[in-house]
Each structure stands twice: as structure tokens, then as C-alpha cells.
Write a protein that binds this ligand. Structure first.
Ligand code: HEM
Length: 240
């Protein structure tokens, strides 16, 4: 390729060098960090999820073991689908392959926490919103676009606040940890380092605008889905 030809898929270096380049007017505007865009575009959805009574009870350590198990029971099918679909995408997409680390696999931690509580997945049948969301994860994966990265952003990112929730659960439920709390606090002292690495790895790659849109849309859908799952959990509890 002619080295002076503007490359629409290069969102970072060419855009920064644009003022000195004779073809500058064709270089387009710099593309914002996708990690920052995800954070900004889901700020309100995060605040809404955080305020839900299910989260509020967890972060104040006021939930019972049964309620904690009910949360894990809904998270298990989600994470099983995400782990599987990310592994499959990593085979096809070198960008995702370079992002996925062994410590990202999460469904086994959820299952182990459930076992620690002496509960089984079958004690917590999938709620309607959970089933819907698993369908969304699988259809996003089948679309050919990397939308699943947006789902992963929300679920992996939730470990940032999860550390605080794990402490509250520890106090409220008398679980010393780390066993029993690994799904909320998967990385311990390395949380910040791993999250910064995740963000940097995401921004090290170029995504087309259709791919960025799919990722941002999936992240927003994920927050909505988590909220809907919490609504279903509250409804199931009040019917019981
Ligand atoms: C009581 C509940 C929650 C609390 C107290 C909480 C708290 C936090 C805190 C303190 C951070 C770190 C912010 C920063 O360093 O800039 C964070 C990040 C994050 N949380 Fe939550 N959170 C809660 C619930 C959730 C839920 C339910 C989800 C979604 C499943 C979620 C998804 C995220 C994501 C994706 C990030 C990363 C933001 C970014 O850096 O882009 N959080 N949360």
C-alpha cells in the first residue's frame, strides 16, 4: 500500500500526526479511547444498577446466604456463556486473543462460591431475564461482530466494585474469604493492575466504527440485562 495513503482503519497514530501531513484533511478526526467511551456511555446505567435494592443489600452486607446463592445462580449461566463465547472469538480474532488471559475465565469461580455455600445450580433455576440475556450473548457472538467484548467489559469491570461488595459479604455472612467470595473479588490485590491492563489492551487495537458500535451497544444492553435480572430476583422473592 502507498505509505501516504490515509488508512481509515488506523485510528490512533495517523490521526495524531495529521497536522504535518499533506493529506491531513483526509485523515479524519482522532477516535476516542474505546475504554473511555465505554465508561462514559455506561455511567448512568452503572449508577442505576448500583442503586438497585439487590446491590444495595449486598454492598451493606445485609443479604442472607440464600439470597447470595440466588445471585450466583443467575450469574453462572451468564458467565458460562461469556467464557465459552470469548474463547471461541479469541480463536477467530487476534485482537481478542491477545486480550483474554487465563485469569479471566470466571464461571468456575461462580460455581465454586455456590458450592462453598452448600448450594447447587439446580437450587436456582434460570429466571426469565437471565435466559433472555444468555440468548443475547449467544446471538451477539453469532453476529460476526465483536459485541461480546462489550458484555465482557461490564462483567469483568464489575470486579472493581466487587472488591468492596466482597468485604461487605465477608462481614455480613461471616465468610473469611477468599473461598466463597472469589466471584466478587477474583483478582485480589491485582485488581487495579489487571483492570488497567484490560483497558490498555482494548485500546491497543483498532476497531471499525461498526465494531465499536456493536461493543458499546452490547455494554449498554448488558447493564439493562443485569438490572432486569435483579428485578426478576426481587419479584421471585416477593412471590416466594
Ligand atoms: C453496589 C454495587 C456497586 C458498587 C458499589 C460499584 C462500585 C464500583 C467502583 C468503585 C468502581 C471503580 C470506579 C473507578 O475506579 O473509576 C466500579 C467500576 C465498575 N463497575 Fe461497579 N459497582 C457496583 C455494581 C456494579 C454492577 C452491578 C455492575 C455491572 C454488572 C458494575 C460494573 C462496573 C464496571 C463495568 C466498572 C468499570 C468502569 C470503568 O472503569 O470503565 N458495577 N464500580
Amino acid at each position: 500500500m502507498n505509505q501516504h495513503e490515509p488508512n481509515a482503519s488506523d485510528h490512533s497514530q495517523n490521526a495524531k500526526a495529521a497536522p504535518k501531513c499533506p493529506f491531513a484533511r483526509n485523515a479524519g478526526t482522532p477516535v476516542a479511547s474505546l475504554a473511555d467511551t465505554l465508561k462514559e456511555s455506561t455511567k448512568e446505567a452503572h449508577a442505576r444498577a448500583e442503586r438497585h435494592e439487590v446491590q444495595a443489600k449486598m454492598v451493606t452486607g445485609k443479604i442472607t446466604r440464600q439470597e447470595y446463592g440466588a445471585w450466583l445462580g443467575q450469574m453462572l449461566p451468564l458467565w458460562s456463556a461469556v467464557d465459552a463465547q470469548l474463547s471461541a472469538l479469541a480463536v477467530r480474532d487476534a485482537r481478542v486473543c491477545s486480550m483474554v488471559k487465563p485469569y479471566h475465565a470466571h464461571a468456575d469461580r461462580v460455581a465454586a462460591d455456590l458450592k462453598f455455600l452448600g448450594q447447587r445450580a439446580s437450587d436456582h433455576p434460570e429466571l426469565g431475564a437471565t435466559t433472555q440475556f444468555v440468548k443475547f450473548i449467544n446471538s451477539a457472538a453469532a453476529s460476526g461482530l465483536p459485541g461480546i467484548v462489550g458484555v465482557w467489559y461490564v462483567l469483568e469491570g464489575s470486579a472493581n466494585g466487587g472488591r468492596f461488595i466482597a468485604k461487605a459479604l465477608s462481614r455480613g455472612l461471616g465468610i473469611a474469604g477468599p473461598d466463597g467470595l472469589t466471584s466478587f473479588d477474583p483478582h485480589g490485590e491485582r485488581q487495579r493492575e489487571y483492570w488497567q491492563a484490560w483497558r490498555a489492551d482494548l485500546d491497543a487495537h483498532s476497531f471499525t466504527s461498526a465494531e465499536r458500535d456493536a461493543i458499546i451497544h452490547a455494554a449498554s444492553n448488558t447493564f439493562t440485562a443485569i438490572y432486569d435480572i435483579m428485578q426478576d430476583m426481587s419479584a421471585a422473592k416477593s412471590h416466594a
